[in-house]
Write a protein of this length. Structure first.
Length: 473
């Protein structure tokens, strides 16, 4: 059974869906006013692994990740560049989709705020009619926090002095901690018509509206980075509970820890971001994904060259193990007899499956799960490669595929077709030819083969008695 940490209860709980086998997940996506950075990558990869693991366990998952395409930061960037807000938005949505694609993240629905303005207006109207919101003289609408009794419950901020919101609207709000649902347009700002005049939605309302539109009035899991707990998720929670009368509105709150650089949170406001587009010039997206999974999603993850190096070596090892298994599957004869040793290996492979699932069930302990995958590669090189038997090789390959369904880092190698098989064999052949030259002490030719392979993106790694290769395109 999967156990998940719930920010609301601050404990690890057994996961029980509202309507099994369905699981509805809403994860807060980006505000598209700049390039995606490694912190975004961490949050979205963590949510993706949660989604993948639930799907793997047989749940019918619907996963929604929104795009905030109108916001103060977008308007500011557009003004700074002298272009329209939607020029900025198109540019960075492209960047966001590109990152998801490269990181092998698949989202069912990417709702955008500006295509849901009517739904947002209706939602706010209902909050006003129920007495939870009020219209200020400017035409802005605010949530009346004092009228809802459970404010602060999610973040644990129970004292009014801790309820800081945007300072900008202090003069017209009834209480400093009331937050904007609708912001009246200032001159020159983009706007939409509403019953309260020209304006645009506040930030928090969009997630309540778009999640309920696609997932209903109650959600199984709602997530985001830890920095979203307050005020964003606190505000989303009260306005949704107030409108729908459902408590809890969200059953499990899932929050991903900070990505740090020199022990500080990586964020635009601190100016210490490493952009995704830049990092993937030097390393494969799969390696970044693996590195992200090498830490538990709730702990801080420190960005370091050393960490990425370790992930890179691990990735090469995984690729090499997959290629070895695929080769063995073709080479090894069907079997009619297993030795006691073979049976032991077969059992040990099954045990790894159990360990992997135990780790993932334990609040998605991916570092532990990755170490189980490492153990499988050890078995491939130590037990199967020198003395392969078909049953164990097939079992190990199937298990590697299962692990990959959850971790999502080896698709390219696992799902390659027959031509790729031939290519693998040809590379193996070249590696053997090079080995012959080395044995004959013809180092000039052996180095030449190595360099030519390198130019094609095939990297050789020499070990004591053999060479392994990995494709690094
Ligand atoms: Zn949100």
């Amino acid at each position: 059974m999967l156990r998940l940490y719930n920010t609301l209860s601050k404990t690890v709980e057994v996961f029980k869906p509202l309507n099994p086998p369905q699981v509805k997940i809403y994860f807060c996506g980006p505000t598209v006013y700049d390039h995606m950075h490694v912190g975004h990558a961490r949050a979205y990869v963590s949510a993706d692994v949660l989604k993948r693991y639930l799907m793997f366990k047989g749940y019918d998952v619907l996963f929604v990740q929104n795009i905030t395409d109108i916001d103060d930061k977008i308007i500011k960037k557009a003004n700074d560049e002298g272009v329209s807000w939607d020029t900025i938005v198109s540019r960075y949505i492209e960047d966001y989709y590109d990152m998801l694609n490269k990181l092998n993240i698949k989202v069912h629905i990417h709702p955008r705020v500006t295509t849901h303005i009517n739904e947002i207006i209706s939602f706010i109207e209902e909050l006003i009619s129920k007495g939870y919101a009020y219209v200020a003289p400017s035409g802005s609408v605010y949530f009346n926090v004092d009228n809802y009794p459970y404010y602060g419950e999610l973040s644990g901020k129970l004292d009014r002095s801790e309820w800081g919101q945007e300072e900008e609207f202090l003069s017209e709000k009834r209480k400093p901690y009331d937050f904007a649902l609708w912001k009246s347009a200032k001159p020159g700002e983009p706007y939409w018509e509403s019953p309260w005049g020209k304006g645009r939605p506040g930030w928090h309302i969009e997630c309540s509206v778009m999640s309920s539109k696609y997932l209903g009035a109650q959600i199984d899991i709602h997530g985001g980075g830890q920095d979203l707990i307050f005020p964003h998720h606190e505000n989303e929670k009260v306005q949704s509970e107030a409108k729908f009368g459902t408590r809890p509105w969200v059953n499990y709150w899932f929050h991903v820890g900070y990505l740090t650089i020199r022990k500080e949170k990586m964020s635009k406001s601190l100016g210490n971001v490493v952009f995704f587009k830049d990092i993937v010039k030097g390393i494969r997206p799969e390696v970044l994904r693996l590195w992200i999974l090498s830490a538990h999603y709730r702990t801080p993850l420190e960005f370091s060259e050393e960490g990425l190096d370790i992930a890179n070596k691990m990735y090469s090892r995984l690729v090499s193990a997959v290629n070895t298994l695929k080769r063995l599957l073709l080479e090894v004869e069907p079997i009619n007899y297993l030795t006691d040793e073979d049976i032991k290996i077969l059992r040990n492979i099954s045990l790894l499956r159990e360990h992997f699932h135990n780790a993932m069930d334990d609040d998605l302990n991916t570092p532990k799960a990755v170490s189980v995958v490492y153990e499988l590669t050890t078995m491939v090189f130590r037990d199967l490669e020198p003395k392969p038997n078909y049953a164990s090789v097939l079992k190990a390959f199937t298990l590697m595929k299962e692990f990959n369904e959850v971790l999502g880092i080896l698709d390219q190698h696992i799902y390659s077709g027959p031509t790729d098989e031939l290519i693998n064999k040809l590379i193996d052949l070249l590696v053997k030819v090079r080995q012959r030259h080395r044995e004959l002490k013809d180092y000039e030719t052996s180095d030449w083969i190595r360099n030519e392979l390198m130019k094609l993106g095939v990297k050789l790694m020499d070990f004591k008695d053999k060479s392994r290769w990995v494709i690094e395109l």
